[in-house]
Structures are given as C-alpha cells and as structure tokens.
Design a protein around this ligand. Structure first.
Ligand SMILES: Nc1ncnc2c1ncn2[C@@H]1O[C@H](COP(=O)(O)OP(=O)(O)O)[C@@H](O)[C@H]1O
Ligand SMILES: [Mg+2]
Length: 378
C-alpha cells in the first residue's frame, strides 16, 4: 500500500456563504520554505439560509447561547464531514489517500488581545464528527494556540501566502477579501508581515440582505448604481480599528449592521440605501488602500483572493485608488481566488502533522512560532 500524499482543506468563512473544500498535493522544498502544489479538486456547498441565520445569531451576543452553540457545533460538523465525503467520492479517493484534513471551523466569536481581559476565539463544526464520519485524521482549532502564545490568533493565511507566493525578484501584496479582509506583505527581501484591514464584504452583504433580501451584491452592481456619501465614509473611517497599529484582527462582533445603522443615525439626513452600499464598498477600498500605502512599498504586484475578487466594482475601484500597481487576482499566480483559504488550511494541517509551526509572529504578534491546532486521529 502506498503512503497517503493528499491533504484536504476546509474553509467556512465569516461570510457564512458556503463550505469550501479542496484536495491538494504539496511538494515542499527541503527547508519547507517554498511550496508547490497541485489542486486535485475543489467542491463547494452553499450554506442553507436557516443555517446561515443560526450562525449569524450566534455571532452576536444573544439568548440561550450554550444550547444553540452545542447543537450548531454538531450540525456543522455533520455538514463539513458530508462535504468532504462528497469531494472524496467524486474523485474516487480513499480515506487512506489523505494524510489529514485541516478544518478552520466556523467562527462565532473572536475577541482578540486588546479587546478583553482574557482574549478568546471560538470556531465550531466538531472535528470529532469530521474524523469519525470521514475516517480521516482531522486537524482543527488552529487559532487558539497562537492566542495562547500571546497572538491575535489571526490572520493565519499570511504564512501560507509566503510559502506559496513569495518571490525573490519582486515585492508582492496579497489581499484576501472575504467577510473580513486581510493583507499579506511579501517584500522580495525582508520579512513577510500581515494583518486584518477591516471589513471586506461583510457590511455590503449585510446591507443588501436587509434592503433587497439578497445574500450579496453580484459584481458590486448595486454599489455601482449609488453615490459615495463622503460624510458617512469619513465618519466610518473614524472607527478605532482603522487607526490601531498592527498586529490586529477583527470580526463580525465589531463590524456589523447594528454599528452601521448607529453611524447612519448620526447623519443629519438619511442617505439613500444604494448610496450607503456605494459608501460601504468605498470603505473596503479605502481601508485596503490606506494599509497598502502605510505598510508596503509602492509598485508592488497586488493579487486579490477571496470572494471579493469577483466583485468587479470593488476590483475597479481598487485599481483606480492604486494606479501605480497592477491589480489582478491570484488566478494570475495559478490558483483561483475562491480556493486560496481552503488550501491554506490544508497546508496548515500539513504543517501540524509534520510538527512545523504555522503562525508568523510578525503577523499575529505571538511571542513565538508554534505548532497550531488539535489533532483528532482517524
Ligand atoms: N460575483 C460576485 N460579486 C460580488 N461579490 C461576490 C461575488 N462572488 C462572491 N462575492 C463575495 O464574496 C463573499 C464570499 O467570499 P469568501 O472568500 O467565501 O468569504 P469568507 O471567507 O468570509 O466566507 C460573498 O459573501 C460575496 O460578498
Ligand atoms: Mg466563504
């Protein structure tokens, strides 16, 4: 029998739009610094509306949370396991072909250092269920070990961006625009760094859901039909998160529709809802641009990943705001933008199984690099 060589990565992000899974084969160099990979296959299962609502209600303080959390942990564990089993049978793989699954889990609360006396982060989707239903060793709970070492627990993808996308010839910036957005700065010489820039799609998704009952704004067309409200934009930019220096990370508990509506209520006149959407898109673009200007050098190559890469208006506005850099998606580096994060968690599982660290101190602020995650053996 040949040794297993594949890894599976599973991502269910802040957007709670879908469960994304990938099967990957990695080819590392000896020092484990540069990585090459083959994406064997990918699979995505949209989260049913009711499940999404349960996630959203647990992501903000609510009633009877322990029971809701306990049950949702199991329900998501079953969904994650069945999504992986679908990918496996679609490709005629056996559980023994796969070294391990890396499951990010669904974040329902993120309280990083600086926000609370005893910082914590909670990702659910029980890995016991995943290991049991798939028969594959599962690595999960990646963020808490970094926090135990004094880090933010987030973002974790920059280490993977470095392993995959670092170039010795050219400075690069990778921007992941999911529910939240994060930046990875990869200078040709020097150390990689990164941090959360703030909301990516989360506010635009919440606003179009509330006003038009749509889960997101396809291509950013609704935002494009509105006018940016500069007074509102300047007011939103006053949020302390945007001024805070890295390391920093954020989530739905900070940037949500309640915060947005409280800010709108302070205006002298209520803006048109499509103008609010245009302003939210401008908020994402401006905060990303400000971070690129402040923390990276000009003329770097900029690559976008995450679902935001498909928001044409967002991509257009980013290019307008950053005329000195060519902005494309990670498809130009050989990987479609929607699979980067799931692949990152396959890679983090490989790091853990090989007893290699997965965090970057310069990114999360941890005191040391640590082996991330708990292992649930097959
Ligand atoms: N065609 C599109 N047009 C505009 N936005 C899109 C499109 N496709 C995806 N998105 C955005 O991407 C989000 C999902 O991005 P994703 O990277 O999966 O985020 P997360 O990691 O938070 O789940 C959607 O909620 C939506 O806002
Ligand atoms: Mg998603």
């Amino acid at each position: 029998m040949s040794l297993p060589t594949y890894y599976v990565g599973l991502m269910s992000g802040t957007s709670a739009d879908a469960v994304d899974v990938v099967a990957v084969e990695f080819f590392s160099d000896k020092l484990n610094l540069t990585e090459k990979l083959t994406l064997i296959d990918s699979h995505s299962v949209p989260l049913p509306h009711q499940l999404r609502q349960k996630i959203h209600s647990l992501a903000t303080p609510n009633q009877n949370e322990i029971d809701c959390l306990g049950e949702l942990d199991q329900e998501l564990g079953e969904l994650f396991a069945s999504t992986i089993n679908e990918l496996i049978s679609k490709n005629n793989l056996l559980p023994t072909d796969i070294v391990a699954i890396g499951s990010h889990g669904q974040t329902i609360r993120h309280r990083p250092p600086g926000s609370i006396q005893y910082p914590f982060t909670v990702q659910i989707g029980d890995p016991n269920i995943i290991a049991e239903r798939t028969g594959i060793t599962t690595v999960a709970d990646f963020r808490r070990r970094d926090m135990a070492a004094g880090g933010q627990g987030a973002p974790l993808v920059p280490a993977f961006h470095r392993a995959l996308f670092h170039s010795v010839d050219v400075d690069r910036v990778i921007i992941n625009i999911g529910g939240m957005a994060n930046i990875t700065w990869l200078p040709a010489t020097g150390n990689a760094t990164g941090f959360d820039t703030g909301p990516g799609n989360v506010l635009m998704d919440a606003w179009i859901l509330k006003n038009q009952n749509k889960p997101y704004d396809p291509n950013g067309d609704w935002a494009a039909s509105g006018q940016v409200q500069h007074v509102l934009l300047q007011q939103l930019l006053q949020h302390p998160f945007f001024i805070q220096l890295p390391p920093k990370s954020t989530g739905r508990e900070t940037f949500n529709v309640d915060w947005l509506e409280a800010e709108i209520a302070q205006l002298t006149a209520t803006p048109n809802s499509k103008d609010v959407q245009a302003t939210l898109l401008a908020l994402t673009v401006t905060t990303i641009k400000n971070c690129i200007d402040a923390f990276t050098q000009r003329h770097a190559e900029i690559f976008i990943c995450g679902g935001g890469a498909y928001n044409l208006r967002l991509m257009h506005e980013l290019q307008q705001q950053l005329p000195n850099s060519k902005i494309t998606s990670t498809a130009d580096l050989g990987i479609a933008p929607e699979w980067i994060e799931a692949i990152a968690f396959a890679w983090l599982a490989k790091q853990t199984m090989n007893r290699h660290s997965g965090n970057l101190c310069a990114v999360t602020g941890a005191r040391k690099e640590v082996i991330l995650g708990g292992v649930y053996f097959a």
